[in-house]
Design a protein around this ligand. Structure first.
Ligand SMILES: O=C(O)CCC(=O)C(=O)O
Ligand SMILES: [Fe+2]
Length: 253
């Protein structure tokens, strides 16, 4: 894993709202993680979550952080290691989330699977791609949000988020970045500021990646319970609980 020191990554991350690094993990490391994930999958069910959304749905399966801690401790260890890198690059006191289920995820996206447009609830998110597949590109609008610090304005934040996500507005005002998932590639982004989604996977192979979430030690999240049910269970829910993040005022931008 590369060190963030002396190479301008800090400025890049702070200026652009995201950064990308290839060979963050070696092919051997990725293959090893893929192996242990495959072993886990043989013994454990990971049901498909399918939430229909106009434009782009959420369709994937996920190993949540509680299961990872119990069955895939090497990935939990990597989450801690990557935390050092994240602190270096962000120059902030960022830590793993208190909510264990959410902090670390392994997303498994089969052919036809995709991930809806959203912001993350937490300040900084790291995506680690363990394999290369056709399709399944990450689409990202960095620093594309009118972000209200005052959480009492939640209704207004939701409204702003809805407006800004309208396709025509995105095309006109946003600058889209498309990232192909390749083995060992890492993307680090300001989760609450970057609008992102995943294009449909076109490969017969599943797209497999780690999602590591970090925030300041005092961060609190609204809509937490409903959002967790939406992302991690097959329970019927009428709508997408919105992404509005922490009460913390020192967000990562
Ligand atoms: O898999 C990706 O590239 C993005 C996943 C994501 O945005 C998430 O899990 O919140
Ligand atoms: Fe995300």
């Amino acid at each position: 894993m590369m060190s963030a020191q002396n190479n301008g990554l800090q400025t890049e991350f702070q200026r652009k709202g995201y950064m990308l690094q290839d060979q963050f993990l070696t092919a051997e490391q990725c293959d090893h993680f893929l192996d242990i994930i495959a072993q886990f999958k043989q013994k454990n069910e990971s049901p498909e979550i399918y939430r229909k959304v106009r434009g782009r749905s959420l369709r994937y399966s996920v190993i949540d952080g509680e299961k990872i801690e119990q069955h895939l401790p090497e990935i939990a260890h990597l989450y801690q290691k990557v935390n050092e890198f994240v602190r270096d690059v962000s120059n902030k006191e960022l830590v793993p989330l208190d909510n264990k289920k959410v902090g670390i995820n392994v997303n498994i996206t089969p052919r036809g699977g995709e991930y809806r447009w959203h912001y993350d609830r937490n300040a900084v998110t790291v995506l680690l791609y363990l394999n290369e597949v056709r399709g399944g590109e990450l689409e990202l609008y960095p620093c594309y949000r009118i972000y209200l610090k005052n959480q009492r304005l939640l209704f207004l934040q939701r409204w702003l988020d809805r407006i800004i996500q309208i396709g025509a507005i995105r095309h006109f005002f946003g600058k889209k970045v498309v990232v192909q998932p390749t083995q060992g590639r890492m993307v680090m982004m300001q989760g609450t500021r970057c609008l992102h989604s995943v294009r449909p996977v076109e490969d017969d192979r599943e797209r497999i990646n780690c999602v590591f979430s970090y925030d300041t030690p005092d961060a609190k999240f609204l809509v937490e319970k409903n959002l967790d049910r939406y992302l991690y269970t097959q329970e019927a829910l009428t709508s997408d609980p919105n992404y509005v993040a922490s009460t913390d005022s020192s967000q990562a931008s």
